[in-house]
Design a protein around this ligand. Sequence first.
Ligand SMILES: Cc1ncc(COP(=O)(O)O)c(C=O)c1O
Length: 386
Amino acid sequence: MSALFDNTPPRKNTYSFKWQKYQGKDIIPAWVADTEFRCAQPILDTLSAQIEHGNMGYILPAHHQGAINAVVRWLKDKHNWDIDPSWLVWTPGVVPAFNVACKAYCEAGDKVLIQTPNYPPLLAAPKLNGLERVDIGTVIETSQDNNGNTVQRYTIDFEALEREAADPKCKLFILCNPMNPVGSVLTQSEIDRIAAICNKNNVTLCSDEIHCDLILEPGKSHIPAGREAALAENSITLMAASKTFNVAGLGTSFAIIPNAKLRQAFTSAAAGIVPWVTVLGLAATEAAFTLCDDWHQAQLSYLRENRNKVFNAINQIEGLNMLKADATFLAWVDASGLNVDNVLNWAEEKGVGPSPGVDFHKADHFRINFGCSSAMLDDILSRLAK
Ligand SMILES: Cc1ncc(COP(=O)(O)O)c(C=O)c1O
């Protein structure tokens, strides 16, 4: 099945956000977090049928039983999470959803906890909503595996989280799990600790889990926040088919909010501002979550190979260093060893356009998107190595 991912549709001159930036330049775009892959055929067939039907009128998402059933089935099968369909709130993107959460659960002057480095729109959300952002750092944890090898991974600075959450002005913690850009998957004990900290301090958890179906490391699994008994009543969980199935341009995602009061506050804050998700987005989500299990598994294998390739190649380049991401198609590269003023310029001069670390609040790093054909990845890596 790897041919599915080797042969990617050309995206030059398609208005692709990722490709537009370097139009006319010999720089391979490796920044925006969408993949180069063609969507799974059942998604394309479903969208074609919807278009062929010929009517694009209003569809109230709460009436789209096909998409609702598909989400219920996916969460049960893939995440062992039994949800009640009434907990589901459709949102036209995860970015609008965490901004709505800021409005719904905070008042002017309140504080929002966010771990850094992080996805730029997440870092921007508190200020956009008249709130103060409190940064919680990311630390490297070192341990030994069963064979006595040293293993390193990024995780949240829990001491900082504990300390900052105690401020009564803190009302919301926007978590990103799996973590973008560092690629870590939080463990059960870490989720338990987050639950304890949030509950003790009356902080609501908004958990951005958009990358949760992209777990690459064998033996690791994703723990949805809302599935945890200790968090069910005090959290909202944000998910989508968008990253995994490369349908992000269709602007369709969903929040799972088991607590009726939190759900009501969320829908009230969204009212009149946030549009319904589109008919095509609902159709694509239904197809992704019902007809594409094999494609999903095949993509995970392909991405795992790509991840291993990036990890090995980057760590051989003098001045660069990275830890192996457990999840996502994003590699977080520590370029501090280059001792250059601008790591983006350094990469662009070599013909590669990563996401600059400064946007994630870590200027001496950059992020490479490895959700591409292995041939494109080889080109990216050999350019960086020159
Ligand atoms: C952590 C995270 N949240 C949200 C998004 C974007 O979500 P959406 O396109 O659904 O607004 C991204 C995209 O890169 C992301 O990495």
